[in-house]
Design a protein around this ligand. Structure first.
Ligand code: GDP
Ligand code: MG
Length: 441
């Protein structure tokens, strides 16, 4: 989802980035495009108007941040405001009661039953013991659907045969939970094709009977703005604690997700991204905003870089890059700068495109190996660091024993360094450009 919106915003910002200094007219031009993009993505009109006004005010009146270009600053503001629109900080699931009760409500076909199964799996991963409750009694198939899910997950399912009252079912499910040693009760309720009074009344009675810590609206993201209207209706009657958007794997414009908090006052807690039982993700407003802006979490990276990287050092590095005199000392310096930013695997995950590389989630960058590299370089003399070609076999042995590593380790590092220097020389003409792109200005 968000493909259309993302494409248009990225285009608008590409144009902005091509300008060095930004005039108020440039900002206005970009804001016009942002406005059009949001409206085309089906974001609520009032939400768009307020959003653009806020961004414009901040963009025009902004204090100058030395390490960001004007365009980057505008993008950062848009990113901040998108994040706020999506709820700011991620909201957690309230599982405080014993048992904690979570009620899933929503229209028919929204994905309640499927999501109940997904949540059962999710809370179990949190170390809790879920009980699924089949309180959609109007369609026999619904009970069977939940039982099948329960079997697949090996999670107990509470259901009552015959013409049982959903309110009674949910009440007795609490007893069953304590008998079975379950500490999270997930109640799957009935839906209708449209919001109607009978449904609301029944849900109100259920709420009164089990006092849930969470009443989550399950909405189909494919239904666009009507998802927001549904949220308003349910929130008015039941006091929702959050929403779960399903079918975000589909081709939705995403406007509803961007409108629901402002219009219906309901934060998104999870996103359903497929039919399988593990296709449920906690909803992170800032990551979603980054995804829309198409930069991985590059903005976070910019922020971190801004705090940590010493601008003077960066300039010096740039000069050296241009002169092609990058030494092992500089390499060590770089290594330390990068490490100051945080754990390497986390950093890699923030780089654009990296999150698309399969298996990166399992990537473990070996911090110990970095420590080893550092030790090796520290065991060299300053002369050796500047002119690695001096390092012959006997020097290698000395460095290895000085750093507690093996001769092969020293050899490997030198080889890598040589490769890197060769590459840098080729790039040296582009040094300035590269440095700027990394936010090292
Ligand atoms: P309910 O009537 O609200 O209980 O809805 P169901 O849980 O029965 O789901 C209705 C349909 O939507 C089923 O075919 C589900 O497989 C499908 N569905 C639910 N969530 C998702 C999702 O996140 N992505 C996709 N692609 N399909 C989903
Ligand atoms: Mg159902």
């Amino acid at each position: 989802m968000f493909e259309g919106l993302a494409g248009r915003l990225q285009e608008a910002f590409a144009r902005l980035k091509s300008k060095g200094k930004l005039s108020e007219a440039d900002v206005d031009e970009a804001m016009k495009e942002v406005r059009r993009a949001l409206l085309a993505a089906d974001v609520n009109f009032t939400v768009v108007r307020d959003f653009v006004a806020r961004v414009r005010e901040r963009a025009v009146g902004q204090e100058v941040m030395k390490s960001l270009t004007p365009a980057q600053q505008v993008i950062k503001i848009v990113h901040d405001e998108l994040t706020a629109l999506l709820g700011g900080k991620p909201s957690t699931l309230n599982l405080s009661g014993r048992p904690a009760v979570v009620m899933l409500v929503g229209l028919q076909g929204a994905g309640k039953t499927t999501t109940a199964g997904k949540l059962a799996q999710w809370v179990r991963k949190q170390g809790r013991r879920p009980l699924l409750v089949a309180a959609d009694v109007y369609r026999p198939a619904a009970v069977r659907q939940l039982q099948t899910l329960g079997e697949a997950l090996k999670v107990p399912v509470f259901s009552v045969d015959g013409d049982a009252d959903p309110v009674e079912i949910s009440k007795s499910s609490l007893e069953r939970a304590s008998q079975e040693g379950c500490d999270v009760v997930l109640v799957d309720t009935a839906g209708r094709l449209h919001v109607d009074d009978a449904l609301m009344e029944e849900l109100e009675r259920m709420k009164a009977a089990v006092v849930p810590g969470e009443i989550l609206l399950v909405v189909d993201a494919m239904t666009g703005q009507s998802a927001v209207e549904v949220a308003e209706a349910f929130h008015g009657r039941l006091g929702l604690t959050g929403a779960i958007f399903t079918k975000l794997d589909g081709d939705t414009k995403g406007g509803a997700a961007l409108s629901i908090l402002s219009v219906a006052g309901c934060p998104i807690k999870f996103a359903g991204v497929g039919e399988k039982l593990d296709a449920l993700e906690p909803f992170y407003p800032d990551r979603m905003a980054s995804r829309i802006l198409g930069m991985g979490d590059v903005l976070t990276l910019i922020e971190k870089a801004q705090q940590t990287v010493d601008a003077e050092k960066a300039k010096q590095l740039e000069r050296q890059l241009r002169a092609g005199e990058f030494s092992l000392e500089d390499f060590l310096d770089q290594l330390r700068q990068v490490r100051k930013l945080g754990p390497l695997d986390q950093l890699l995950g923030m780089l654009p495109g990296m999150n698309k590389i399969k298996g990166l989630g399992n990537l473990q960058v070996d911090e110990r190996q970095l420590g080893r590299v550092e030790a090796i370089i520290l065991s060299m003399t300053p002369e050796e660091r500047r002119r690695p070609e001096l390092i012959d076999a006997s020097r290698r042995r000395r460095i290895a024993s000085g750093s507690g590593t093996r001769v092969e380790d020293v050899g490997r590092l030198l080889k890598q360094f040589k490769e890197m220097r060769k590459m840098m020389k080729q790039f040296s003409g582009m040094g300035k450009k590269m440095a700027r792109r990394k936010g090292f200005r």
